[in-house]
Design a binder for this molecule. Structure first.
Ligand code: PLP
Length: 380
């Protein structure tokens, strides 16, 4: 099998599997809220895990909340912040190329009277900064919502420039950042980034599904999405899962330890595929300066889904539009918003790599593309 769909999800690494199976083998893990020694031990272990994850992300212990996924983190941050801070205004700035986890929150806010400004994005997928400057000076803005690495194209947000503009033009405006596809693939140091809220997902970095994190900068107040027993300082009620927290921690440690080496390997794979695919008249839709983990490519003469299933017959896995919205037959809104024409976008396939992919797989992928072209008698 060649798995080139790592932006959709990844398989759990050996270290994550051991962390999970060790905990399962231990049997009872106490409820961190219990007063007896089993509870105290679980509470201590949970706090240690939280502290380690915070350290690895460049945050303070009190700024890390474990969630079930990045979608929950996004909902908690965006909806929770605006619900709590009504005086911050009813204006939000974002783009239409965000993940659905953000876009659906914004659509709901619009229904309840919020004014959402969607900045145009260039062919490189980046928001047009002169438009952001204008939008930040026009009126009081409560919140910015942007994504550090786009899940469909790998386009990287100029986050430092956006933070600088926010600081200069509208310092009270808060910044929510989706860093799901950036984590473990490029440096993410939360205090240096100087954003206010940030979401992460474990299953994109070889943890198990069900593991997410929300960074909530000290001093940023939100209304929690999940109410109940007041766990995690009331920000996310529900009995804490030490198992899931440990799985996230193990995945994050490993991703950061291997990041530099895997970045270089993945860049080589990406470079090779770009060259070989262009030689076969495919159109590369990821920008030149995209994160190499994602390569969006359009195969002329093949609708996205046709190519996906052709490759699947060889046990090669890729995706069409992002997995979270790909059940209905759709053309990628991210590509259309970035100015890609509908026909080219309709033939787009996303390849996404992890540290487990190899150059041999990339070479095999090209051989199979050639076979598919030959089968369909497509001109190379
Ligand atoms: N944000 C981005 C950029 C993503 O790629 C995804 C998942 O595809 C999400 C958010 C949602 O993550 P989760 O599956 O953890 O809810």
């Amino acid at each position: 099998m060649i798995y080139f769909d790592n932006s959709a999800t990844t398989f759990p690494s050996d270290r994550v599997r051991s962390a999970v199976s060790d905990m399962m083998a231990d049997g009872l893990s106490g409820n961190p809220g219990s007063l007896h020694k089993l509870g105290v031990a679980a509470d201590k272990a949970y706090a240690q895990t939280q502290a380690n994850v915070a350290r690895l992300l460049g945050a303070s212990d009190s700024e890390i909340i474990f969630t079930s996924c990045a979608t929950e983190s996004a909902n908690t941050a965006i909806r929770g912040f605006l619900s709590r801070n009504t005086r911050a205004g009813k204006r939000v700035i974002s783009t239409r190329t965000e993940h659905k986890a953000t876009l659906e929150c914004l659509a709901l806010l619009e229904k309840s009277g919020y004014d959402v400004i969607y900045l145009p994005v260039g062919r490189d997928g980046k928001p047009v900064l002169s438009e952001l400057e204008k939008a930040l000076t026009e009126d009081k803005t409560a919140l910015l919502c942007f994504t550090l690495v786009n899940n469909e194209t790998g386009s990287v947000l100029p986050v430092e420039q956006i933070v600088a503009l926010r600081n200069k033009l509208s310092p009270d405006t808060k910044f929510y950042l989706d860093a799901v596809q950036a984590l473990g693939k490029m440096p993410v140091d939360l205090h240096k980034l100087n954003v206010d809220m940030c979401s992460f997902s474990g299953h994109k970095i070889h943890s198990v599904k069900g593991t997410g994190v929300l960074y909530l900068k000290n001093g940023v107040r939100i209304d929690p999405l999940i109410l109940g027993g007041g766990q995690q300082k009331g920000m996310r009620s529900g009995t804490q899962s030490l198992l899931l927290a440990k799985a996230f921690e193990a995945a994050l440690e490993e991703a950061l330890e291997t990041m530099d080496a895997s970045h270089a390997d993945i860049a080589r794979i990406n470079g090779f595929l770009r060259k070989e695919l262009v030689a076969r008249n495919a159109v590369i839709l990821s920008p030149e300066d995209a994160l190499p983990n994602v390569l969006n490519v359009s195969f002329e003469g093949f609708e996205s889904e046709t190519m996906l299933h052709c490759l699947e017959m060889y046990d090669i896995y890729v995706s069409t539009v992002s997995a979270c919205s790909s059940k209905a037959k759709k053309v990628s809104y991210v590509l259309l918003e970035s100015g890609v024409d509908r026909k080219t976008a309709a033939n787009a396939v996303r390849l996404s790599f992890s540290r487990y992919n190899t150059m041999e797989e990339a070479e095999e992928f090209i051989r199979k593309v050639d076979e598919i072209y030959d089968t369909f008698a497509v001109r190379k």
